[in-house]
Ligand binder design. Structure first.
Ligand code: FES
Ligand SMILES: [Fe+2]
Length: 427
């Protein structure tokens, strides 16, 4: 699968590309609300290949816009955040958060044409401690009803870190469930888990069987293996259009989690995770013994386009692989789940050449997610068809993932429906 043309369709996200335009039909988590301080300097943001600035005006409103001033294109990154909006440092034109020019300071009043000048600004909104951007045309849909992004801000952790490769291969790591017991846990025996932690069955049976389904929001898989007699250990994960995943990294219904694989450009991705705090305390569900998540192992931020949430590990330092540790302690020799995933997906090259792959039955979820994306991007490009869960976007509501033990027998549709019912939030 994946001809060069298909690979381009799937991976290229810059302005004017089919996938880039498709993604502009969705709200994009952009920055933590705390990154934008009222009246403070703008922050450089890279989204879908566009260089933007984001700032919070002195009244608390957020603006996200092209960094180039519409007068003579000097960067508004160097602007002054004054009452009323950002003022360009070159000739003093000022723009409010909607991009409207509100002052043309270097032009005499009778020649002023501020009403006709607008910076290229995008719609911005805030929810769950996150600034969201809508880069599409027309009316924006409501913010997506993805459960983990709807919890009150004080109950959420955001895990953000950059990945230096294309968004899709980075995302595919999250729906590639069979790697978990190799890359992250290849040397871990079932004994490291408490007796009541179902994940020990993953360490006992490293080659699960799968069921994969197309869904209104994208695709869903269930990986299943034997547990105790007459029971099955299920891990259910989700791909949600256009760049969201839910991994079964915690107990179904308790671990409320989602992450966006936000394309900064074709070769850089901002992983933006939402984790409901109450769901991850204690075992089961936290990282297994001896493993760290690794989100905090970062370089200090700087103000460059790619200066936020940079991992300390990278190809130049070989992710600090320790070959001694690899022999006995950690399958990959790399510390941190995030860094292990980073090594695996970045080492494919900045845009993976999928014509070289030999996909196995364990890759069914990846195949189905790609098929969904390709069909959507073609229908969008050729017929202008709205992509799944764009507008309306209620297909996201109530979607969950996680692990659990169920009686042996029923297939994915049944166990998923039952598990959703059993873990329904109280009204
Ligand atoms: S370039 Fe911005 S005011 Fe002239
Ligand atoms: Fe992983």
């Amino acid at each position: 699968m994946a001809s060069a043309r298909d690979n381009d369709l799937l991976t290229r996200v810059g302005p004017g590309t089919p996938m880039g335009e498709l993604m502009r039909r969705y709200w994009i988590p952009t920055a933590k609300s705390t990154e934008l301080v009222a009246g403070a300097a703008p922050v450089r943001i890279m989204l879908l290949g566009e260089q933007l600035i984001a700032f919070r005006d002195v009244d608390g409103k957020v603006g996200v816009m092209d960094h180039r001033c519409p007068h003579r294109c000097a960067s508004l990154f160097f602007g002054r955040n004054e009452k009323g909006g950002i003022r360009c440092a070159y000739h003093g034109w000022q723009f409010d958060v909607s991009g409207q020019c509100v002052d043309m300071a270097n032009v005499p009043p009778h020649q002023d044409f501020r009403h006709r000048v607008k910076a290229k600004a995008y719609k911005a909104a805030e929810r769950c401690g996150m600034v969201w951007t809508y880069m599409g045309p027309g009316e924006a849909p409501p913010l997506p009803p993805i459960e983990a992004t709807m919890v009150p801000v004080e109950q959420v952790n955001h895990n953000m870190i950059q990945r230096h490769c294309n968004w899709l291969q980075a995302l595919e790591g999250d729906i590639d469930t069979s790697h978990v017991d190799f890359l992250h846990g290849g040397l871990r025996s079932a004994e490291v888990y408490p007796a009541d932690d179902p994940r020990r069955f993953g360490a006992m049976h490293r080659a699960p069987e799968y069921e994969v389904q197309e869904t209104p929001w994208g695709a869903m898989y269930g990986a299943y293996r034997p547990a105790q007699e007459n029971e099955t250990y299920w891990r259910i994960g989700q791909f949600m259009f256009p760049f969201w995943t839910i991994t079964p990294s915690g107990p179904f219904g308790k671990h409320i989690y989602a992450r966006a694989w936000v394309p900064m450009d074709d070769e850089n991705t901002m992983i933006t995770g939402f984790v409901k705090k109450s769901g991850v305390v204690g075992s089961p569900g936290g990282p297994p013994m001896g493993l760290v998540l690794g989100f905090d192992d970062r370089l200090p931020d700087d103000s460059s386009w790619f200066g936020r949430y940079r991992p300390r590990t990278n190809p130049d330092n070989d992710y600090f692989v320790d070959r001694e540790m690899q022999k006995e302690k950690a399958y990959s020799g790399i510390v941190g789940i995030t860094q292990q995933d980073q090594m695996a997906t970045e080492s494919m090259g900045s845009i993976s050449d999928r014509s070289l792959e030999h996909l196995a039955p364990s890759d069914r979820m990846i195949v189905v997610a790609r098929r969904r994306l390709l069909a959507a991007v073609r229908a969008f490009e050729e017929n202008g068809e709205a992509p799944p869960a764009s507008s309306p976007n209620d297909a996201y509501a109530g979607v969950r993932g996680g692990f659990f033990i169920a009686p042996k027998g029923p297939g994915l549709s049944d166990v998923y429906a039952r598990q959703i019912e059993a873990t329904k939030p109280a009204e």
